[in-house]
Design a protein around this ligand. Structure first.
Ligand code: SF4
Length: 487
């Protein structure tokens, strides 16, 4: 962790604004502006990048016009995500006219997917850096400072950035991400991640615990353990997950899987709230659910993408579980943790999807009645197995109609789930002011549902018991009835 007298934390008196805590090193003279798109993993990576560059003389700035270096951490999950980045880069042309010394770099999955082609396609870009090459940034910046373009998109077999202490960006000072694995070995046919983030490798549990303990000491009250596929976490001394079978008996005997890691973190800081994301149904095991039930500070919420309710489509997606096996997992979760909230990812209009397949998706949603979800129409990603083997044959109008039906059912179920909280007293961690009213705090309950209530004398970072009086499909509305004993 960057900790010395020179570092001065400037905390905005009113803990509600946007960028709250920026760690500054007064001897740093260069200005870094970093913008992140996509998943939580990308936002967490941007904090790693800010840390690496803080040691190279960069402080972060929220002011684009004064930036010496502009970095865009890109997402490639859907075509739309890439178009958003291209539009943003266009905007930088105008800024560059008034700030000609400004250098522009692209990071993340789109950088990894396009590699040096990015330089040809977007003339404003000086540097292209893949998700595993951030430690090479000091060298790459030297190259662009000397007027050359710079590219490093090498994927790593062991990089986890476990030895880099993230600089918290746009932090509310209460919740933080802690990445535990990188890459993904599941080759879902629609997904670009295995090509842009490489093979799975897990981070040393000791470095995870160090980061968790440091966050607690710094006043953070909730962490989210992050990975493309956290259930697949497996530490056996370093290296790729796929090489585990070659490990020694001793390494296997002392290995740490996800359930064990959850237990270690829960015991290390019993008052710190723990969340995790993202799970994959084919890798989630009973011991993870039992660990969640055993420790009060592990939140009762699971993000469990399913993508389709049809066995035929799940097979075409290379999702290694069936509809029945998914139901069995849901039944186990609800059996062991009855009040556990579950959210989903769903794709409408995957190649060859029939009306019957779509109905299977709707009936799966009826069975689970998810708390909320992230639902998208299929977007063909270059280089994926689906793009190479399957024609994107579902008409846009059909994709759109099916997506609307999925969203409509989800909204009905979201309301059904929030209504179940009305009349109950819920423990809420205050994260900040409500977007809609400055007289109200917003926070989340253990189920990750947003709760809004009048501020009274309570403060950000406190655990408060809130009586839920009303709800919408996304938010619980209530009044504080006292401090939680968890403070
Ligand atoms: S589990 Fe599948 S969808 Fe998720 S990151 Fe891995 S390949 Fe992509």
């Amino acid at each position: 962790m960057i900790r010395n007298e020179e570092i001065e934390k400037i905390i905005d008196e009113d803990q509600q604004g946007s960028a709250l805590a920026l760690e500054k090193n007064d001897s740093n003279s260069r200005k870094l502006y970093i913008e992140s798109y996509g998943c939580q993993m990308n936002f967490s990576d941007s904090e790693i990048v800010a840390s690496i560059l803080a040691k190279e003389g960069f402080n972060t700035t929220q002011d684009l016009a004064e930036a010496d270096l502009v970095l865009v951490n890109t997402c490639s999950i859907r075509e739309k995500a890439e178009q958003t980045v291209r539009k943003r880069l266009e905007k930088f042309n105008a800024v560059k006219r008034t700030n000609p010394g400004m250098k522009v770099g692209v990071l993340g999955c789109m950088a990894e997917r396009l590699k040096s082609k990015f330089l040809e396609e977007e003339k404003i870009v000086d540097m292209v850096v893949g998700p595993d090459a951030y430690k090479d940034l000091p060298n790459l910046i030297q190259e662009i400072d000397e007027g050359r373009n710079a590219v490093n998109v090498i994927l790593s077999k062991d990089e986890t950035y476990g030895d880099v202490a993230p600089v918290r960006l746009n932090s509310n000072g209460v919740t933080a991400f802690v990445s535990i694995t990188r890459g993904c070995d599941n080759m879902c046919t629609f997904c670009v991640v295995p090509f842009t983030r490489g093979r799975e490798r897990s981070r040393d549990p000791q470095s995870i615990l160090e980061e968790v303990n440091d966050l607690w000491e710094r006043g953070f009250k909730e962490i989210t353990l992050l990975g493309q596929n956290v259930d697949s976490y497996l530490w056996y001394g370093g290296g790729l997950k796929k090489d585990y079978e070659k490990a020694s008996e001793m390494q296997k005997a002392t290995s740490v899987n996800f359930a064990k890691l959850l237990e270690m973190v829960a015991l290390a800081q019993p008052k710190l709230r723990i969340r995790f994301s993202t799970s994959n149904p084919q890798d989630m095991t009973l011991d993870v659910i039992e660990a969640m039930a055993k420790y009060k500070n592990i939140c009762k919420y699971i993000h469990l993408p399913v993508q389709s309710g049809s066995d035929r489509v799940l097979k075409a997606m290379n999702r290694l579980h069936t509809r029945a096996e998914y139901f069995e997992l849901i039944d186990n979760i609800k059996g062991i943790i009855p009040d556990c909230a579950i959210s989903q990812d769903m794709i409408a209009g995957f190649p060859t999807e029939t009306e019957e397949d779509h109905q299977d998706t709707l009936s799966l949603m009826e069975y689970v009645k998810y708390d909320f979800g992230f639902m998208f129409a299929y977007s063909e990603r270059p280089g994926t197995l689906a793009a190479r083997k399957l024609e994107d044959d579902i008409p846009e109008a059909t994709k759109k109609r099916r997506l609307q039906e999925i969203i409509a059912i989800q909204q009905k179920h979201s309301l059904y789930r929030t209504e179940q909280h009305v009349g109950k007293v819920e423990e809420v961690l205050i994260e900040g002011a409500s977007k809609k009213s400055d007289a109200h705090w917003m926070g989340r309950n253990s189920q990750n549902t947003v709760v809004v209530f009048p501020k009274e004398n309570y403060k950000v970072g406190e655990f408060v018991n809130v009586k839920i009086n009303d709800c919408t499909s996304a938010t619980l509305l209530g009044e504080a009835v006292g401090m939680s004993e968890n403070n």
